[in-house]
Design a protein around this ligand. Sequence first.
Ligand code: NI
Length: 167
Amino acid sequence: MLAPAREVTDAGAPEVARLIADMAETLADAGGVGLAAPQVHESLRLFIYKVPAARAEGGDEVPLTAVLNPVVKPLGAEIALGWEGCLSIPGLRAAVPRFERVRLTGVGADGAAIDKEISGFEARVVQHEADHLDGVLYTMRMSDFRFFGFNEETMRYELPLPKVRMA
Ligand code: NI
C-alpha cells in the first residue's frame, strides 16, 4: 500500500471494470468522497471520487468518476488548508495544505481522456486520492498538528483555519 502503484495498461479490461464497481460499493458503504485502488489492496493507478453539491464550487455536484492513470499538476502557487479524513485512517481528520487549483488528466472508465482544471474541494479530493497511488497519506502532508484529531474532538473544538497562504 505504501509503494507506488502500477499504471493501468488496459482501461477496457473486465477486471478494471469489476474493480471500479467494487470500489464504488466500498465507497458508498463508507460514506466517503474518494477511494484509491491501493486502499483496497490493488496496486493500480486508479481512483474514484465524487463531490456532493454542498461541497461543489457553484453547487454543481461531480458524479462518481473513475480516473485511471491520473496526473495532478498544480495551477498557480495558491495553497489552502482544509479538513480531510481518509477511509484508511478511520475516525481521524486533519487540516491539510493543498494546492487550490490543479489540472487533472487521465482516462475515464469509458476509456475517454479526462482533462479538467479544478479548484477548491474537488482539487483537494483529487490531490488526496492521487497521493494514495504513491503511498502518501494525508498525515504525511500535514504542516500543523494542532489541526489533527478524532472527528468528534476536532469538530467540538473547531479552530479557525488560516485562510490561504502562498507556496
Ligand atoms: Ni484517503
